[in-house]
Design a protein around this ligand. Structure first.
Ligand code: CDP
Ligand code: CDP
Length: 208
């Protein structure tokens, strides 16, 4: 079973993906980390806007060495969204995502284009969302907890800008797949969101 989870920044898709993967005993890939890692490489080179550099970084990415702790910063979220708009970068990361999804038994992937581009035939697709304010509150709390000194207003502005860029780009824009189920987690805590997500996946497993 392949479970595809998409949605905007800090909607809770990663948390749901991890929990669903643990529940079903499936491997999980947070595809945002791939773009964050490419962003980190070109940022360190001072070449964030250089498409050729970003494509090269994507082609030679060492997936085994990805470190979520260093990649989940506000700065790298922004850098990720810049390189993710490049078609060449997305193409270079396609194969490894397809291979991950094709593992025997299945997989859970979360990102922006899993249900639309990476796994269009996934058995269960969720499009997770929440209001920008709720998402900014959650992300702000998370970043502060990780030691980043950042204001709520800056997080909200970053989320709005990133949503806009991710939705407006030509290459694999953030859009709900026709057969994805919308899950708005604005008023749900993590346990409630998980129950709702599980019910959606189970309904798909039963073929309804
Ligand atoms: O956790 P958060 O939703 O804030 O970000 P992320 O999932 O780590 O993704 C960072 C950025 O990578 C996004 O803003 C997108 O621009 C890009 N991304 C993408 O284009 N396609 C994906 N499948 C995953 C991430
Ligand atoms: O992967 P994505 O960027 O969509 O979001 P996440 O990393 O799963 O969640 C962002 C933050 O919101 C985390 O600190 C979660 O613990 C928190 N969260 C929450 O408070 N309530 C939810 N229903 C979902 C996530």
């Amino acid at each position: 079973m392949v479970i595809a989870i998409d949605g905007p920044a800090a909607s809770g898709k990663g948390t749901l993906a991890r929990r669903l993967a643990a529940y079903y005993g499936l491997p999980h890939l947070d595809t945002g980390l791939l773009y964050r890692a490419v962003g980190a490489i070109v940022l360190a080179q001072g070449r964030l806007q250089d498409e050729a550099a970003a494509v090269e970084a994507a082609r030679t990415l060492d997936v085994a060495a990805l470190d979520p702790d260093t990649l989940r910063t506000a700065e790298l979220g922004e850098a990720a969204s810049v390189v993710a708009a490049r078609g060449g970068v997305r193409a270079a990361l396609l194969d490894l995502q397809h291979r991950f999804a094709a593992q025997p038994g299945g997989a859970v992937l979360d990102g922006r284009d899993i249900g639309t581009v990476i796994c269009p035939k996934a058995q269960a697709k969720l499009f997770v969302t929440a209001t920008p304010e709720v998402r900014a509150e959650r992300r702000h709390r998370e970043l502060i907890g990780r030691g980043e000194d950042i204001a709520y207003a800056a997080v909200l502005a970053d989320i709005r800008k990133r949503d806009e860029r991710d939705s407006a780009r030509a290459a694999a824009p953030l859009v709900q797949a026709d057969d994805a189920v919308l899950l708005d987690t604005s008023a749900l805590d993590i346990a409630q969101a998980f129950e709702a997500a599980l019910a959606i996946v189970e309904a798909r497993r039963r073929g309804s």
